[in-house]
Design a protein around this ligand. Structure first.
Ligand SMILES: [Zn+2]
Length: 190
C-alpha cells in the first residue's frame, strides 16, 4: 500500500466522483444527455437500435456501440447448470462466484480455505484488485481515444455521423487528464 493520507489530501470531491463513475465503468455519465449520433438526416439517442454498415448499433450509457459486442459481454455471464468444478447444480447464490471465478460458492469457500492455509489469501485478492484497476485504466483510455476520434471526424465523416460535443476539445489537455486519472488509479494498487 502507498501512503494513503497523502492520497486522500490530494483527492478532491470531484475527483472522487469521477473515479467512482470510472470504477463503475460509467465513463459516459457526464455526457449522457448531451451525446447523440446522426446518420444522414436521422438522429439517434440512448436506447435506439439501428442498422448501419451491415452491423446493428445502439447507444448505451451515451456510447455508440454495436450490438454483437454487447451480446458477447452478456454471454460471458450466463451460468451453466452445473458447477464446472464439482458438477453440482448451481443456484442463484452461486452466480457471483461463477461470474468471477467460474465455480460455485461451495467450491469458492474451499478454494479460499486453501489459500488461507497456504498464506496466499491476501496476495490472491491483491492481484485480482490490481488486474481490475489495470482493466479499468485500459478501458478508460480506449474510451477516451474513441471519443477523440469520433469528435475529430464527426463533421466530415462519410458515415454522416455527428456527435454533439459542447465546446471544443483540447486533445493535449484530455490526454493530460487521462494520465492523471491513470496515475491516481494506479495508486490504489497493492
Ligand atoms: Zn462447485
Amino acid at each position: 500500500m502507498k501512503n494513503e493520507s497523502i492520497l486522500k489530501k490530494e483527492f478532491q470531491k470531484k475527483d472522487v466522483e469521477r473515479l467512482r463513475n470510472l470504477m463503475k465503468g460509467k465513463y459516459g455519465e457526464k455526457t449522457r444527455s448531451s451525446v447523440g449520433f446522426s446518420k444522414a438526416d436521422k438522429h439517434y439517442e440512448e436506447g435506439d437500435v439501428w442498422k448501419s454498415d451491415g452491423r446493428t448499433w445502439t447507444i448505451k450509457d451515451g456510447i455508440k456501440q454495436n450490438i454483437t459486442k454487447l451480446d458477447k459481454a452478456k454471454k460471458t455471464h450466463i451460468m451453466p447448470l452445473l458447477c464446472p468444478k464439482c458438477s453440482k447444480l448451481m443456484k442463484r447464490v452461486d452466480k457471483p462466484y461463477y461470474n468471477t471465478s467460474k465455480h460455485c460458492l461451495n467450491c469458492h469457500a474451499k478454494f479460499e480455505d486453501q489459500l488461507k492455509k497456504e498464506g496466499k489469501y491476501e496476495e490472491h485478492y491483491n492481484k485480482i484488485n490490481d488486474k481490475i484497476i489495470d482493466k479499468r485504466i485500459e478501458e478508460f483510455k480506449v474510451f477516451v481515444e474513441e471519443k477523440l476520434r469520433e469528435s475529430n471526424d464527426s463533421f466530415i465523416s462519410e458515415n454522416g455521423e455527428v456527435e454533439k460535443w459542447i465546446g471544443k476539445l483540447d486533445k493535449d489537455r484530455v490526454m493530460e487528464y487521462v494520465e492523471l486519472v491513470s496515475d491516481k488509479l494506479n495508486t490504489f494498487k497493492s
